[in-house]
Write a protein that binds this ligand. Structure first.
Ligand code: ADP
Ligand code: NA
Length: 330
């Protein structure tokens, strides 16, 4: 039987992905290449919804793609592409917008959160309709499932509603993706503020480990991670969130279980744990950075891989859009 199809995207909105992105999402993307027919895109259309600098976006799109390849996405085993290279996304996005109710779109809580700073009136219409474009991203590929986190549950529901609505109104066209969230394997928290999630919008740079930062600097951040006043190395997310986060990272990067690590550090102190993890992180970052740089140093090769990816994506997206156009009378 054919492998289930998945679609996932990531925004090129930072100079580097961070350890949270890797352990919570990208690592799963790599694994799913073996079990799924996986489509992965750098969603640059989504990256212009809140204002952007063109040169920076161009650079970040390439750096993002290079990092995805560097962490293990293999163009032979998945379809990796840049969203704007596949015009069907914007085309289907328009159609889906026309079957979305204004009130329905207005109920998306993420817009309310994201637009809070500038106020809804000053936010772009693109930010408002972004969940509709996201629905188009998924439906174009007839994805069976979508590996997203809990925060995307409402958007996934919208995608399902729109797929079912279109199918009912115009005839069977879209696969309705499964309602379940493919859970993140790990929630990584901020090294300085261990109850908050590690995020590119972290309040201090020391809270975040970027895949492309100086490994020695990353090691220092681990060594100065906030823990607690206790001494015992146990996994207790409520009372020892800092230590729990370090153990989570350690386990994820080495393949050892948390229990194994807790046993191994019995009688040792936080300093020992941090020192060892700092080494693990350094050794983890080095090859990723070497491979990322190799892709960035050969722009022609990177362009070629992304062109092949776009072509593979269009081979699926094109027929879907054609069916849509046929059904709606274009
Ligand atoms: P950020 O929070 O830094 O803005 P994004 O929202 O762009 O990151 O997230 C991209 C992907 O990385 C999503 O799949 C998200 O669930 C995952 N992710 C982001 N931060 C973390 C984290 N701290 N722990 C686990 N997964 C994360
Ligand atoms: Na975010």
């Amino acid at each position: 039987p054919a492998r289930p199809r998945v679609l996932s995207g990531i925004q090129p909105t930072a100079d580097s992905f961070h350890l949270g992105n890797y352990l919570g999402a990208l690592r799963n993307w790599v694994a799913m290449q073996e079990t799924h027919d996986a489509f992965y895109c750098v969603v640059d259309l989504h990256a212009i919804t809140a204002g952007h600098d063109p040169a920076l976006l161009r650079k970040r799109t390439r750096v993002s793609a290079a990092q995805l390849l560097a962490v293990g996405l293999d163009p032979e085993r998945c379809t990796l592409f840049v969203q704007s290279h596949v015009p069907e996304h914007a085309q289907l996005g328009w159609v889906m917008g026309c079957i979305t109710g204004f009130g329905e779109a207005s109920r998306m809580t993420q817009f309310k959160d994201k637009s809070q700073r500038q106020g809804a009136d000053r936010s772009s219409v693109g930010l408002f309709t972004y969940p509709i474009l996201q629905a188009a991203d998924i439906l174009l590929y007839q994805a069976d499932a979508v590996p997203v986190g809990e925060d995307q549950r409402q958007h996934l529901e919208l995608t399902r509603d729109l797929a079912q609505r279109f199918n009912t109104m115009f005839g069977q066209t879209f696969t309705v993706p499964a309602p379940h969230i493919i859970r993140d394997t790990a929630k990584i928290t901020d090294l300085q503020e261990p109850t908050a999630k590690m995020s590119k919008s972290a309040s201090t740079a020391n809270g975040l480990i970027e895949l492309l930062e100086d490994p020695a600097k990353a090691a220092k951040k681990i060594k100065s991670a906030v823990t607690d006043t206790g001494r015992e190395i146990v996994f207790d997310q409520e009372h020892k969130p800092g230590v729990a986060n370090l153990l989570t990272i350690y386990a994820a990067l080495t393949g050892r279980t948390i229990e194994e690590l807790v046993d191994a550090y019995e009688g040792k102190g936080y300093g020992d744990l941090k020192k060892d993890l700092a080494e693990v992180v350094k050794e983890f970052l080095r090859p990723i950075q070497e491979r990322t740089n190799a892709y960035l140093d050969d722009p022609a090769q990177l362009d070629k891989l992304l062109a092949i990816g776009a072509e593979k994506a269009r081979a699926v997206a094109g027929p879907t859009l054609k069916a849509v156009y046929d059904h709606i009378g274009f």
